[in-house]
Design a protein around this ligand. Structure first.
Ligand SMILES: Nc1ncnc2c1ncn2[C@@H]1O[C@H](COP(=O)(O)OP(=O)(O)OP(=O)(O)O)[C@@H](O)[C@H]1O
Length: 294
């Protein structure tokens, strides 16, 4: 099966930042959420996948095309939307739709019309007067109606009000019913990622911290609360991401939960009081702090 994208050992260096040693792939038909704090390298990775930037090392393959050599063919099948993309302020959305339709033969006019209604956009208004949310929706519409096989979306929900956010998430969920379409989207918002993504990738300071399917993340990470004294060597346990004591109350976060873990802790004299699933946000923060590497 063709991967939607596959990157191997890629690096990109800027004077004050380096994206390093990223090996990652997305099977076709899947959605990957790329999560990281400001400056983690999300946009840089997306730009490498679109061919807008070239890596200093490593290989980038998109829908079977090797970049940068097969860039023209790859770009036909990639839809990229990013908030800092320019629209012509004095022109209307309809003008932009005509422009894109003339460039991309796969443009789906009926679907574009559906999205105009769904996003409640005024197609004849100059886009310079659009609000932030309307501009984001217009960019997304121009990207979605091309029916690209791989959608690369840079923070598609950032800065949207709750209603617009849900509209955008629903439109994306609809796209994903077509199982040949693949999506990589970046976000700070772990809730959005949790809703849409099959696979989640955490980036921090230019490095891949963890990448796994959503269910295995949620199953393998757990927070355990105990009473007692922390074992001295707990930091060396590979399945433990963090452990801290507050008096005799101990909180342990496991990155590789196994059912026998409470019994092992009990065997060392700890009284396990509870163990709970962790939210994706808590997993992200704990993974970043513990430097967990994928
Ligand atoms: N063209 C460039 N020249 C120099 N530095 C750059 C360039 N592009 C990106 N960087 C730097 O690379 C780092 C990562 O930026 P990037 O935009 O990839 O992060 P991000 O995770 O998308 O952040 P945010 O969530 O704030 O958008 C930043 O420190 C940024 O200043």
């Amino acid at each position: 099966m063709t991967a939607a994208f596959s990157v191997t050992g890629i690096a990109k260096r800027y004077p004050d930042f380096a994206l390093q040693d990223i090996t990652l792939q997305l099977p076709e038909g899947q959605v990957m959420g790329l999560v990281g704090v400001n400056g983690a390298g999300k946009t840089t990775l997306l730009r490498l996948l679109t061919g807008l930037a070239a890596p200093d090392a490593g290989q980038v393959q998109v829908l079977g095309h090797q970049l940068p050599d097969a860039q023209v063919a790859a770009k036909r099948d990639i839809g990229f939307a990013s908030e800092d993309m320019r629209l012509y302020r004095g022109q209307s959305l309809r003008w932009h739709m005509d422009l894109i339709r003339n460039i991309y033969p796969a443009w789906d006019e009926a679907y574009a019309g559906e999205l105009v209604k769904r996003f409640d956009l005024r197609p004849d208004q100059a886009v310079g007067g659009y609000s932030h949310g309307q501009r984001v929706k217009a960019l997304l519409l121009l990207c979605l109606a091309r029916r690209p096989r791989l959608l690369l979306l840079d923070e598609p929900t950032t800065g949207l009000d709750p209603v617009a956010r849900i509209e955008v998430l629903e439109a994306l969920a609809d796209v994903l019913r077509d199982e040949r379409r693949s999506v990589l989207f970046s976000s700070h918002n772990t809730h959005d990622v949790e809703q849409l993504a099959d696979t989640i990738t955490f980036l921090h300071q230019g490095r891949l911290v963890a990448s796994a399917d959503k269910h295995s993340f949620l199953e393998s990470w757990r927070r355990i609360v105990c009473q007692g004294v922390l074992p001295a060597d707990i930091d060396d346990w590979p399945e433990i991401a963090s452990a801290r004591a507050n008096g005799s109350l101990v909180e342990i976060k496991a990155r590789a939960w196994r059912d026998d873990l409470p019994a092992r802790l009990a065997g060392l004299g700890l009284q396990v009081q509870r163990n709970d699933p962790m939210s994706l946000e808590d997993i992200f923060v704990t993974a970043v702090r513990s430097g967990a590497v994928a």
